[in-house]
Design a protein around this ligand. Structure first.
Ligand code: SAH
Length: 213
């Protein structure tokens, strides 16, 4: 049942978005049911967000996959995620960077612990979860080839742009009147280029670079 639902999502994405096979394989390899409460496991492959505690949600599978596609990590990329939440997005990314690393910053210490536990249960290696205000990035660990923000920010936090490596890409949902516009920044020759990739809906960024900061 669950496997059939999972395969149906993959078939839809292949047809609708033409996602590369390695991205689809990463999705197939990660058990989403390990990243949500056991009482919700029958809903693991429904294409909608699910609660993960603390008023936060795990994004719907299509959103996770589209963001990962926009980010386009390479096998050796060093990836920074802002908002570990359940750890699911980090687990998908870790499959795509077998020779690289994913460092995920989480504001809520309790959720960070949950993410670590879920990542261990799902055998996701090369992921490190750090507690902190991800809007500040991790200056000591920079630069990053890829940066992904999984909560809505009023604007892309400056420290993250500064910590993006040359040739790197950053994907973030930026709040506006109608919801969040997915934005991709790329850095080439020291210049930052911005693209808008469509409307989404996200829980807000907290801390210094959030709307209440
Ligand atoms: N990527 C997650 C879902 C993220 S939900 C997953 O796959 O499950 C958004 C998360 O961002 C929440 O866990 C929230 O606590 C976290 N968050 C909000 N503001 C943050 C900040 N300033 N720094 C780090 N994490 C933040």
């Amino acid at each position: 049942m669950r496997l059939a639902q999972k395969r149906a999502l993959v078939a839809r994405w292949r047809e609708e978005y033409g996602f590369p096979e390695r991205l689809l394989a990463a999705f197939m390899a990660v058990p989403r049911e390990r990243f949500i409460d056991a009482s919700l496991s029958d809903e693991a492959y429904g294409d909608y967000p699910l609660p993960i505690g603390g008023g936060q949600t795990i994004s719907q599978p299509t959103t996770v996959m589209l963001m990962t596609h926009f980010l386009a990590p390479e096998p050796d990329s060093r990836v920074l995620e802002v908002g570990a939440g359940s750890g699911y997005q980090a687990a998908v990314l870790s499959r795509l960077v077998p020779e690289g690393k994913v460092i995920s910053v989480e504001y809520d210490a309790g959720l960070a612990e949950t993410a670590r536990r879920n990542l261990r249960a799902a055998d996701a290696e090369n992921v490190e979860v750090v507690v902190g205000d991800g809007g500040d990035g991790l200056p000591d660990r920079a630069p990053f080839d890829r940066i992904i923000v999984t909560c809505a920010c009023p604007k892309v936090p400056g420290p993250l742009v500064a910590q993006l490596a040359e040739g790197g890409a950053l994907v973030a949902p930026v709040s506006g009147l109608l919801g969040e516009t997915m934005v991709r920044l790329t850095k080439e020759g020291g210049k930052v280029k911005k693209e808008r990739l469509g409307l989404f809906s996200f829980v807000p960024l907290r801390g210094r670079h959030g709307s209440d900061g």
